[in-house]
Design a protein around this ligand. Structure first.
Ligand code: BG6
Length: 482
C-alpha cells in the first residue's frame, strides 16, 4: 500500500490544457493522485488554452482523457465526477489580452500556485510576462516547463534568461520525466542506502556501463518536431544524461535538491568530448507493416537519426577507464530500458571453469517490469562436481509492491506533486541543462560538418550493425534488447 504524502491546497493552471501532454499525462495523472487522496478538496485545476471552451466543455474533455488513459480498474465514475468538480477553464491568448483578467480572478493568493507551461517554448516569455503584468504570479508561484528545453546551448541560455527575468531559480521546475520513474529514484536508494555497492562502484571494479532506452514506436505523428531533433537531442541530452548522472555521481551530502544537483552537474562537466569513431547514428527502414523513418517524418531526404549509440567517458578519479555505452532508438526490437553495471572479472579463477563463468551484472530495469537483478555465480546444484552457473538475485518491484505494478505511480503524477510540495530534487537546474547542451553541441556540430548520413537499420531490429561494432572492437557485447 503506497503511503500518500499530503500536499497543501493548491491552484494549478495548465497552459496548453487541451494539448496532447495534458490529455495523455498531466490530467489523468492528477486524477490518479486525487483518487489516492493526495489532492486536497479545496484545490483547483485550471485549464488555460486558446480554444473557446467553458468549464463544462473542459470537464467533458478531461473525462474523455481519463477514460482513454487511465486503466479501467483505476477508474470509478463517482470519483471521476468528484474530481471534475475541481476543474475550471479559461480561454487565454498567450500573446494578447484575452482571458488574463478572468484567470486572475480564479487564482487565489493564499494557496500554493503553480503554472504548468505545457506549450511551445517560444511562448514561455509571453506567459511569464503576462502572469506578472496582470499581477497573477507572486514570489512564491511555481512554474513548470517541459522539454525541449532549447535545441542547443545558445537557445537554452536564452530560455533560461527569459525565465530568469520573471522567476527565481527556486520557482522554476524543469521536468525530465525520467527522473520521476520509480526505478530511477530507486537507483539512488540502492546506491546510497546500502553498503554493498558503493565500494565496488568505480573504475577499479566496474568494467563498463550500458544504458539502453529502446522503443518500438516510430515517429509517425510527431515527425515535424522529431526531424529537427533526432535521438541525440530528444533522448540523450536529457533523459539518458540524467540516468548517467545518477549512476556516476558522488554521494550528495544529503538528499536535498541542490546537493543532488550539484553532484549531477559535476558529472556532466567531467564528460569527455565524444569523437566521431565513438558514435553510431541510425535511421529505421520500412518493414512489411511500417513506414520508413523518412516517410514517417515526411522528409524524404532526412538525415536525422532515429537511433544513436555512443561511447562516453567520465573523466574523473572514480570513472577514468570505465566506458559508459549509451544507445537509444525508435522501432527497435522491444520496448525495453535498462541500465547495466557490468563488473570486472575476478582477479584469478580457482575453478578452471572458464566456460561457465560470467561477470556479475547489476541490471536496473526501467521499463517494462521495473526492477533490479544482480547476477551472481554459484555452484551448479547437484553432484556434477564444481561447475559454475549464473543465477539472478531478483528484485522485481512489481512483486515487492504487490499487484502487477499497477500501483506504481506514473512519473508525471509524482513530479506534479513534488511541484506542489515545493521539492526540486527531481527537476533539472538551469546550469545542468546548459552544461548538458555544452557537451551535446560539439557532437552534433561534428557530424553536421561531415555531412554524416545515418546508417539504415531494419525496423524491429537491434539497430544498425555498426552499433554492434562499437562494443565488439572493445571486446564487449551489448546486452540483448528484450
Ligand atoms: C520523450 C521523447 O521525452 O520521451 C519521446 O520526446 C520518447 O521521443 C519518450 O518516446 C519516452 O518516454 P517513456 O516514458 O515512454 O520512456
Amino acid at each position: 500500500v503506497s503511503r500518500v504524502i499530503p500536499v497543501e491546497t493548491f491552484d494549478l493552471v495548465i497552459f496548453g490544457g487541451t494539448g496532447d501532454l495534458a490529455r495523455r499525462k498531466i490530467l489523468p495523472g492528477l486524477y490518479r493522485r486525487y483518487v489516492a487522496g493526495q489532492i486536497p478538496e479545496g484545490s483547483r485545476i485550471i485549464g488555460a488554452a486558446r480554444a473557446e471552451l467553458d468549464d463544462a466543455g473542459f470537464r467533458a474533455f478531461v473525462a474523455e482523457a481519463i477514460e482513454e488513459f487511465v486503466p479501467a480498474k483505476a477508474r470509478d465514475a463517482e470519483a471521476v465526477a468528484r474530481f471534475l468538480e475541481h476543474l475550471h477553464y479559461v480561454s487565454v491568448d498567450a500573446k494578447g489580452t484575452t482571458g488574463w483578467k478572468e484567470l486572475g480572478k480564479l487564482i487565489r493568493k493564499d494557496v500554493v500556485q503553480a503554472f504548468y507551461f505545457s506549450v511551445a517554448p517560444s511562448l514561455f516569455g509571453d506567459l511569464a510576462e503576462r502572469l506578472h503584468g496582470n499581477k497573477i504570479a507572486t514570489p512564491d508561484s511555481r512554474i513548470v516547463v517541459e522539454k525541449p528545453f532549447g535545441r542547443d546551448l545558445e537557445s537554452a541560455r536564452a530560455l533560461n534568461a527569459t525565465l530568469a527575468e520573471h522567476f527565481a531559480e527556486s520557482q522554476i521546475y524543469r521536468i525530465d520525466h525520467y527522473l520521476g520513474k520509480e526505478t530511477v529514484q530507486n537507483l539512488m536508494a540502492v546506491r546510497f542506502a546500502n553498503i554493498l555497492f558503493e565500494p565496488l562502484w568505480n573504475a577499479r571494479h566496474v568494467d563498463h556501463v550500458q544504458i539502453t532506452v529502446a522503443e518500438t514506436v516510430g515517429v509517425g505523428g510527431r515527425g515535424a518536431y522529431y526531424d529537427r531533433s533526432g535521438a541525440m537531442r530528444d533522448m540523450v541530452q536529457n533523459h539518458m544524461m540524467q540516468l548517467l548522472c545518477l549512476i556516476a555521481m558522488e554521494a550528495p551530502y544529503q538528499f536535498d535538491p541542490d546537493a543532488v544537483r550539484d553532484e549531477k552537474l559535476k558529472v556532466i562537466r567531467a564528460l569527455e568530448p565524444v569523437t566521431p569513431e565513438d558514435i553510431v547514428r541510425g535511421q529505421y527502414r520500412a518493414s512489411k507493416d511500417t513506414a520508413s523513418y523518412p516517410a514517417d517524418a515526411e522528409n524524404p531526404n532526412s538525415t536525422t537519426e532515429s537511433f544513436i549509440a555512443l561511447k562516453v567517458e567520465v573523466a574523473n578519479w572514480r570513472w577514468k577507464g570505465t566506458p559508459f555505452y549509451l544507445r537509444t532508438g525508435k522501432r527497435l526490437r522491444a520496448r525495453a530500458s535498462e541500465i547495466a553495471i557490468v563488473f570486472k572479472e575476478v582477479p584469478h579463477s580457482i575453478f578452471g571453469d572458464e566456460e561457465g563463468w560470467r561477470e556479475n551484472v547489476l541490471s536496473i530495469r526501467l521499463q517494462p517490469n521495473e526492477g533490479m537483478t544482480l547476477s551472481v555465480m554459484i555452484k551448479e546444484p547437484g553432484p556434477g562436481g564444481m561447475r559454475l552457473t549464473e543465477v539472478p538475485l531478483d528484485m522485481s518491484f512489481a512483486e515487492a509492491l504487490g499487484e502487477d505494478g499497477a500501483d506504481i505511480p506514473d512519473a508525471y503524477e509524482r513530479l506534479i506533486m513534488d511541484v506542489i510540495r515545493g521539492n526540486q530534487t527531481l527537476f533539472m537546474r538551469g546550469d545542468e541543462v546548459e552544461a548538458a547542451w555544452a557537451w551535446t553541441d560539439p557532437i552534433i556540430a561534428g557530424w553536421e560538418a561531415k555531412g554524416d548520413k545515418p546508417k539504415g537499420y531494419d525496423a524491429f531490429s537491434s539497430g544498425p550493425e555498426d552499433a554492434l561494432m562499437l562494443l565488439h572492437r572493445d571486446a564487449r557485447r551489448w546486452r540483448e534488447i528484450a
